[in-house]
Design a protein around this ligand. Sequence first.
Ligand code: LLP
Length: 420
Amino acid sequence: MANFLFSNVDTVELAKKYKTPLYVVSEDIILERFNEIKKDFIEKHENTMAVYASKAFLTKEMARIVKREGLGMDVVSGGELYTAIKVDFPMEKIVFHGNNKTLDEIEMAVKYNVGRIVVDNFYELELLDKMASKYKKKVNILFRITPGVNSHTHKYIRTGQVDSKFGVPLNENIIYEAILKAINSNYIELKGFHFHIGSQLQESETHVKSIKVLTSLMKEIKDELGFITKELNTGGGYGIHYNGNESRKPLSYFTDAMMEELEKECRKYNLERPRVVIEPGRWVVGEAGITLYTIGSIKNIPNVRTYVGIDGGMPDNPRPSLYDAQYEALIANKVDEEITDIVTIAGKCCESGDILIWDLKTPHIEAGDILAVLSTGAYNYSMASNYNRIPRPAVVMISKGNDRLIVKRETYDDILRNEI
Ligand code: LLP
């Protein structure tokens, strides 16, 4: 009987050693992605920068790896920023996002001198201006622009369309007013613009369309306001393999297409090509993570379906119930056994929607088998909850065939910790 090796480590042994459910993240795979980013984007195109979108997966250890590899980091809350602060992450490489940053978060960003604040709206601009003048600090900002481009992805992870809660709408008057306000502030330095059109994108078309929109805006504001765009942050969104036809394309599939379009449009409009920033999250960590579960109850409803119960579910992976996300999985202790059955993997929550995988093809399953769900590195641990008061799993990092615990399993007392 052969066991499933993930990043050269026996997953059944990991399940024994750390218990389940267990998140397993491969540092080796993360480093492969970072190296591809360095080689095919940073070194290939000058005046560029990559920031890792930490919302996909963040722990102190992950922040240390990003820091060591020299990339920047995108944070979207005080909590993500605090994690970066705690590992002495270079603050000039932090990009701070959010469509409704609180006053406390704005204060934190100003106090700690984060490199870029991506301003989403006028209210934020005003708060930031006041805060910067209180601290007498110059803050570098970008405006997030909604480019009005529809992406072909689940509606909950689309962000670039006209009707979006994110960003300054693509409306001449509104954008001019925002730019003038920023230019007239003594403490705000407007460097340029940001867009992010959506996540888990399979094609580069929407990034290219957004570049067209942004360069046309850059030309217009140069002519009308004399404003020169020095930086263009193009967000993230590059898709990965989950199952079926969804694939992870090389980074250059997206970035080369964008750079080509940007250079072409800049030549056309006689603009200097701005510094280009990318913010991949899922593409870096998605396939670098798996989740291990132990199989418990197996319920066969004759002529209907077989439900296989696992010791986790929507608290550790809410994506199937939120987005109908589909995952591949295998029985880690039976990888060389013949596929004979079709089963449904059911989570342990009191919720009919807590189904991780419908119709998974498996060998014959028994209680005690280990299920490995693949591509869970992004938006699983970071979106985990304690629904039904289920403690969050531990996180184990794999590096060169060795495993190390980076987040301890939560205890029941952890869940009660703040209760009075
Ligand atoms: N930059 C900005 C401003 C973003 O809003 C996001 C993701 C990213 C970068 C990184 O996008 P990525 O490269 O990971 O696609 N919870 C959802 C995904 C939400 C993405 C939100 N923003 C999911 O599980 O599919």
